[in-house]
Design a binder for this molecule. Structure first.
Ligand code: ASP
Length: 337
C-alpha cells in the first residue's frame, strides 16, 4: 500500500462553506477522508500536513517555497509520493521552483487545486484530488518528477502556465505533451517521463530573488527600461521578448542591455508566445541580443525561467556555469535543439 503525504498550502480548493454563516472557510484537511470517502477505495494511505500559514497562492514567495521543500525533505523517506494542494494562480511557479529545488527526485510530486472550492456542488476540486490520488498511488508507474494534475491531464509542472481564470481547463503546456490523460482509463505516456535518477535525492534550500521580469512591448520607454536595469543588487533579468526572441534594435535598448550585462547581470531571453522557442539570430532583431551576451531560454516558460534564475543564482557562484545551466534542460524544462 502506497503512503502519500497531502500537503495543503491553501487556495480555493481547500475552502468549504460554513453551515452557520455561509462564508467560505479553510477546510480541515485532516478530515480528508470524511470530505471524500471515495478516497478509501484507493490502495493507499493518506496523511495530511497543513501549511502554516495557509495562503492564497497570490501571496506565495521564496520563503514559503523553502518551507514547502523542508516539509518534503523531512518526510521524503516516509512517503512514496506527495500531493500539494495549492491555489491555481501561482501553481505553475511553485511547480517550477520545486522541480529545481528537488534534485534527483525519484518519487512523484503532484500539485493540484481547483477553480471552484471543494465545498461547492459543481467543484472541480473533487475530481482533481481523486485523479491526483489515483496517479500518485498507482502501481503501474512511478513518475519521478514534479507534476500538475488538472481537469483531465497530468503535466510536467515546469512546462505549464495558467491560461484560464474561468473554465476548469486552466493549465496549458504548449511546448511539452501531457504525461498522462484521464478518460475511462488513465493513459500514461511513459516515454515522456523524466528518467529515474541514478544519484541520491538532494533538497536545495537557497533561493536568490534579486531578479526582475521585464516584458517588452511596443512603446517601452528608455528611461523606464534603464531604471529597471539599474536597480540595486539586481543579478538577473528574465526578458520576455516577441516571437522567436525578438526585441527592438534601437541603440538605446541594446546599449542599456549591454551595460547591464557588462555589470554582471544575467539577461535570460524567453518568448511571450505560449508555443515555440527563442531562436536568437533567426531575425536581425534577435541577432544583436546574442552578440551582447543575452542568454537564450529556448522554449522555457516565463514561470520556469524565473524559478530557474532564482534557483541557480541562489546555489551556484560561477557565472559561466550558471549561464551554461540556463541553456540546458536540468529538469526537462526546456528543449534546446
Ligand atoms: N486566488 C486563488 C489562489 O491561487 C485562486 C485559486 O486557488 O484557484 O490561491
Amino acid at each position: 500500500m502506497k503512503k502519500i503525504l497531502v500537503i495543503y498550502t491553501g487556495g480555493t480548493i481547500g475552502m468549504v462553506k460554513d453551515n452557520k454563516s455561509g462564508a467560505l472557510l479553510p477546510f480541515d484537511m485532516s478530515k480528508i477522508y470524511e470530505a471524500l470517502p471515495v478516497l478509501r477505495e484507493f490502495n493507499c494511505d493518506l496523511d495530511s500536513y497543513r501549511f502554516d500559514p495557509i495562503i492564497d497562492s497570490s501571496n506565495m514567495k521564496p520563503e514559503y517555497w523553502i518551507g514547502l521543500v523542508e516539509v518534503i525533505e523531512k518526510n521524503y523517506n516516509n512517503y512514496d509520493s506527495f500531493i500539494v494542494l495549492h491555489g491555481t494562480d501561482t501553481m505553475s511557479y511553485t511547480a517550477s521552483i520545486l522541480s529545481f529545488m528537488l534534485e534527483n527526485l525519484n518519487k512523484t510530486v503532484i500539485l493540484t487545486g481547483s477553480q471552484l472550492p471543494l465545498g461547492m456542488i459543481r467543484t472541480d476540486g473533487r475530481d482533481n484530488i481523486i485523479g491526483a490520488v489515483e496517479i500518485a498511488s498507482s502501481d503501474l508507474v512511478n513518475i519521478p518528477e514534479v507534476c500538475i494534475f488538472f481537469e483531465d491531464r497530468l503535466y510536467r509542472g515546469n512546462r505549464t502556465t495558467k491560461i484560464n481564470a474561468e473554465y476548469f481547463e486552466a493549465f496549458y503546456s504548449g511546448n511539452y505533451p501531457s504525461l498522462a490523460k484521464v478518460g475511462i482509463n488513465i493513459s500514461y505516456k511513459k516515454n515522456l517521463f523524466l528518467e529515474n535518477p541514478t544519484k541520491e535525492f538532494k533538497a536545495f534550500k537557497k533561493l536568490n530573488d534579486n531578479i526582475v521580469l521585464i516584458k517588452i512591448y511596443p512603446g517601452l520607454k528608455e528611461n523606464y527600461f534603464r531604471v529597471m536595469l539599474s536597480m540595486k543588487n539586481l543579478e538577473g533579468v528574465v526578458l520576455e521578448t516577441f516571437g522567436s526572441g525578438n526585441a527592438p534594435t534601437e541603440d538605446w535598448f541594446i546599449s542599456a542591455l549591454q551595460e547591464a550585462i557588462e555589470n554582471g547581470i544575467i539577461v535570460y531571453n524567453v518568448t511571450q508566445c505560449k508555443e515555440g522557442s527563442v531562436v536568437m539570430g533567426h531575425y536581425e532583431t534577435s541577432a544583436h541580443l546574442a552578440e551582447i551576451g543575452v542568454v537564450s531560454g529556448y522554449d522555457i516558460t516565463t514561470e520556469s525561467a524565473i524559478a530557474k534564475l532564482m534557483f541557480l543564482l541562489g546555489n551556484y557562484d560561477n557565472k559561466a556555469e550558471i549561464i551554461d545551466m540556463l541553456t540546458m534542460p536540468l529538469r526537462g524544462e526546456l528543449t534546446n535543439n
